[in-house]
Design a protein around this ligand. Structure first.
Ligand code: ADP
Ligand code: TMP
Ligand code: ASP
Length: 237
């Protein structure tokens, strides 16, 4: 597959056109950002670790019947994906309280949330990803009611698969963000699932093993991502 011109450079990844109008190349860069682009750094090996992490997880999800955009690895830091018409609403599931939920509701970190919560955020850095809901998303034309229902069902299905996977490897999947898009009239999981877009804690010590290490300046960020991957059975090139 020939990689053609860059179509979009995001904060951490770049999207390239290919010879095939239905396929894109997703390049995972080492650029790391937090707080809607306010904290920016290069973290050596991050691109390749997240690309390979994402490939492993997307394959597990596909095996569980979840439609994903992932088509295959092209290089250590590049993947071939289905071209999606992205929906600008991010789906967040929380199994344990942390982050913005604690700040917003004044609850302590680490509470088990049963059932897991489901929240929607508008993907918009300038507005700091404000929380939205299904009615707003429909009224403003971001997605249809049917699409939003499919996104919710798929997001919970991802939770069923990944919560168990992490638990069996001695980790807690605290929360995560998913992005979906449209391809041929159906809703498909897009973007990435990696320690950049979720919170993962060690089950016994509750040590943070995700991007909160970068946000909070704890160090050893990529080492922690690799440790998560190794525990799940990944090998990184
Ligand atoms: P951001 O846009 O938030 O800075 P990234 O740096 O991760 O994020 O850039 C990747 C961009 O590619 C995101 O805007 C994401 O929505 C988009 N994207 C992810 N998967 C696909 C896909 N399969 N087709 C089209 N766009 C995609
Ligand atoms: P939050 O606690 O900041 O709302 O984030 C919840 C989870 O979703 C956390 O794992 C980070 C992830 N997330 C992103 O990666 N990007 C986003 O834009 C949002 C809103 C959440
Ligand atoms: N949304 C991502 C985060 O909060 C990246 C960013 O905000 O710059 O970590």
């Amino acid at each position: 597959m020939e990689k053609r011109e860059e179509l979009y450079a995001g904060k951490a990844k770049s999207v390239y056109r290919t010879d095939d109008p239905n396929l894109f190349v997703l390049e995972f860069r080492d650029d790391t950002s937090a707080f809607d682009g306010q904290k920016v750094e290069q973290l050596n090996r991050k691109g390749r670790v997240n690309n390979q992490f994402n490939a492993f997880i997307m394959e597990k999800l596909a095996a569980a019947g979840i439609p994903t955009h992932f088509e295959g690895l092209l290089s250590p830091h590049e993947s071939l994906v289905k071209k999606l018409d992205m929906i600008p609403v991010e789906c967040v599931v929380r199994n344990i309280s942390a982050g913005s939920l604690c700040r917003r509701l004044g609850v302590e970190e680490g509470l088990e949330l049963t059932p897991p919560t489901y929240e929607l955020f508008l993907k918009n850095d300038a507005l700091h990803d404000p929380m939205v809901n299904e009615a707003i998303s429909i009224s403003l034309g971001w997605a249809t009611a049917d699409e939003l229902e499919q996104m919710k069902v798929l997001t919970y299905k991802v939770n069923d698969v990944l919560k168990t996977l992490f638990d069996q490897a001695g980790m807690l999947l605290v929360d995560y963000k998913l992005e979906f898009g449209r391809a041929d009239g159906t809703i498909v999981l897009g973007d990435e699932f990696s320690p950049d877009g979720c919170r993962i804690w060690d089950k016994d010590t509750r040590t943070k093993m995700d991007k909160d290490r970068f946000r909070q300046g704890l160090g050893d960020v990529i080492e922690a991502y690799e440790e998560v991957g190794h525990r799940l059975g990944m090998q990184f090139n």
